[in-house]
Design a protein around this ligand. Structure first.
Ligand SMILES: Nc1ncnc2c1ncn2[C@@H]1O[C@H](COP(=O)(O)OP(=O)(O)OP(=O)(O)O)[C@@H](O)[C@H]1O
Length: 247
């Protein structure tokens, strides 16, 4: 059974077909990168996966649980970092994490230890008592990342996890994502960053204009086109030049 199964997912906003009949499976232990230009449908797809946006049609299962039939159970299996971080601006960095951990039902002692550990790893110790509103964009991203992995859920969904984060912190986040997947957990992330997709992801889904242009192992994509430059493959796919060879 795949860790995440997305079947025939569609969503329109008025005339705009933001997501148009997308299907893909994500295997346990993989890092699946949803890659596409602005407005491609990445965030819309992720929001339907983590259960905050109801699809017009199609279904999503996480570890066999249908997200829209059993939303509570499904959501308990997912750690989410949304596009807008979703952290509370009037709580401190630490309070955001403690509050969330309590909502997730974590044991108090374990929660406090985990929060201290994550604040340290992510270089946020000095900002522990700073309200989130006063944090930089990158620091907010890091709090949101910490929140997503706080109780180590089996599925992690990250919308542009390194956007606005400095080079060192981005590397730290990427290393943590790799470790997360190595422990047998599953990560789905969206990114604009070609380098990130190439280095970090085991699998990629290339999306443009709401349609999935390619789904598969990253290295198979490179082999398929016998191209050296990942960026070139991506641009050609998005332009629709080579789509007929793929899906
Ligand atoms: N709530 C909404 N209301 C109306 N249109 C929306 C809404 N959310 C998304 N859209 C439209 O759906 C399309 C897909 O948007 P989406 O945010 O999923 O793209 P994206 O790939 O995440 O883009 P970006 O990389 O710029 O974040 C776009 O045309 C966008 O304008």
């Amino acid at each position: 059974m795949p860790a995440v199964e997305v079947k025939n997912l569609s969503k329109s906003f008025g005339e705009v077909k933001a997501v148009n009949n997308i299907s893909f499976d994500v295997e346990e232990g993989s890092i699946f990168g949803l890659l596409g230009p602005n407005g491609a449908g990445k965030t819309t797809t992720l929001r339907m996966i983590y259960g905050v946006l109801r699809p017009d049609s199609g279904s999503v299962r996480v570890l066999g649980i249908d997200v829209w039939e059993e939303p509570r159970k499904a959501k308990s299996l997912m750690g989410v970092m949304p596009e807008d971080t979703g952290i509370y601006p009037r709580l401190t960095a630490e309070e955001n994490l403690i509050y969330f951990g309590k909502v997730r039902g974590m044991d108090e002692h374990k929660l406090r230890r985990r929060v201290s550990e994550l604040l340290k790893i992510l270089g946020l110790e000095e900002k522990r008592f700073t309200i989130a509103d006063k944090l930089s964009k990158g620091q907010k991203q890091k709090v949101a990342f910490a929140r997503a992995i706080l109780d180590e859920p089996p599925i992690l969904i990250l919308d542009e996890p390194t956007l606005g984060v400095d080079v060192m912190s981005a590397r730290e986040i990427r290393n943590m994502i790799v470790d997360y997947a190595r422990a047998g957990r599953t990560v789905i992330l969206s990114t604009h960053n070609m380098w990130e997709a190439e280095k970090l992801c085991t699998h990629v889904g290339i999306i443009s204009e709401g349609k999935m242009r390619y789904v598969g192992k990253r290295e198979d994509l490179e082999k398929l086109y016998e191209e050296k430059e990942f960026e070139e493959i991506f641009l050609r796919m998005v332009r629709g030049e080579v789509i007929e060879k793929v899906v």
